[in-house]
Design a protein around this ligand. Structure first.
Ligand SMILES: *Cc1c(COP(=O)(O)O)cnc(C)c1O
Length: 387
């Protein structure tokens, strides 16, 4: 019996050759591949700047720092995300809070955001940064969230780890039309991979300078930023406290090669999603809802069990699928239920829609290299377990 994972990278011979070429070249880091990769992100997404880093987590961290998030500030995000989306605020010494999800899209609910902002304004606890997460590759209602950011004065980071290649109205995810910074992840389960890797995109000149500095020790060779004249050709200055979050040349070369197939990747994922929509619709589950004016990149395909119509529990369905060879998963355990966050004061019951979702959601296999045959197996297995 073969095992079908929920997600998996697709590596072509051209990908492999381009990494090998780098290994034979003069630069393993800080060479020409990283800027080439950044340019491919810029041309695919339409932002003015892109900075490649060694993970999306690093991209989130330097994005929060670039937006001056620090002690005494609040970062708000969705409880249905990977822990990194919230942890980046804690790295900066800020406090975290969550806004519950919309039960139809599983993204942060704009109406709940608005009422929480109203209350926070009265209490003097407005957030400095709101990180929205485009879960599964379905963009959030960015126009509404952007309008709230103007009204209440917060900055927006889009965690688009799932959403490279997605579109919202006439905006391409990553163009930062409705945000200050957008970040991507290039972990192997994501749509485009560099093994480990991430990027931060922005249209803002000041934020771009900060992101660039923070990625590499806060060091600059740009004389216009220095406090005194250069001492000579060797000279650089450290003008901020940055990190070593650089991406290697091998990773960037893989990214450049992968980016040439972005459209293919996302189209195939959408094809697979349409077939799931059609062939699973008779089952006692909720399928992903497609909002008008949104094109999802379908990083994930999440089903929700209608438990009152099924004899098995959520956990039983999940184990039966796993035992039948489907590498199902669950994205995500609500962040506020993690022991680390419970110690910070969050409790069961704080975000009821997220918790209900957690009791019903299952991510089923979807990835570019998935064959029609594998999808047939996936559909048959799910149908058998649920009927
Ligand atoms: C994968 C992921 C991250 C973290 O990405 P890394 O590149 O592994 O650091 C952050 N947020 C979301 C929503 C993710 O899916």
């Amino acid at each position: 019996m073969s095992f079908i994972p929920y997600g998996k990278q697709e590596i072509s011979q051209v990908d492999i050759d381009s990494v090998i070429d780098v290994l034979k070249s003069d630069f393993l880091t800080q060479g020409p591949q990283v800027p080439t990769f950044e340019n491919s992100l810029i041309s695919a997404c339409g932002a003015k700047y892109a900075f490649a880093v060694n993970s999306a987590t690093s991209a989130l961290h330097i994005s929060c720092l670039a937006l001056d998030l620090g002690p005494g500030d609040y970062l708000w995000t969705s409880p249905i995300t990977f822990v990194a989306t919230a942890n980046c605020g804690l790295y900066c010494g800020a406090s975290i809070d969550f806004v519950d999800i919309d039960p139809d899209t599983y993204n942060m609910c704009p109406a709940k955001l608005e009422s929480k902002l109203k209350q926070a304004k009265a209490e003097g606890t407005l957030p400095k940064v709101v990180v929205v997460v485009h879960l599964c590759g379905q963009p959030c209602d960015m126009e509404k969230i952007y309008q709230l950011s103007k009204q209440y004065g917060f900055k927006i980071i889009e965690d688009a780890s799932h959403a490279i290649g997605a579109r919202y109205q006439n905006s391409i995810t990553g163009d930062c039309k409705y945000s200050d910074i957008t970040i991507f992840s290039f972990h192997p389960v994501k749509i485009v991979t560099t093994a480990e890797g991430g990027a931060a995109l922005t249209n803002n000149d000041v934020l771009a300078k900060k992101l660039e500095l923070l990625r590499s020790h806060g060091i600059t060779r740009d004389e216009s930023l220095m406090t005194e004249d250069s001492h000579g050709g060797w000279y650089y200055q450290q003008i901020a406290l940055g990190y070593n979050y650089r991406m290697t040349e091998m990773q960037a070369a893989l990214g450049v090669s992968q980016m040439t197939r972005l459209t293919d990747f996302v189209e195939r994922r959408n094809q697979l999603a349409i077939r799931y929509d059609n062939e699973l619709k008779h089952l006692p589950i909720e399928l992903p809802k497609r909002l008008d004016s949104i094109f999802s990149s379908f990083h994930l395909y999440i089903i929700r069990l209608k438990l009152n119509e099924i004899k098995l529990s959520h956990k039983e369905v999940f184990s039966k699928l796993r035992r039948a060879g489907l590498g199902v998963n669950l994205h995500y355990i609500p962040v506020h239920l993690q022991p680390y966050y419970q110690k910070l004061g969050f409790k069961v019951g704080d975000f009821p829609e997220a918790e209900k979702y957690y009791g019903e959601a299952i991510s089923i296999p979807i990835f570019h290299a998935m064959t029609d045959e594998q999808q047939s197996t996936s559909i048959e297995t799910i149908s058998q377990v649920l009927s």
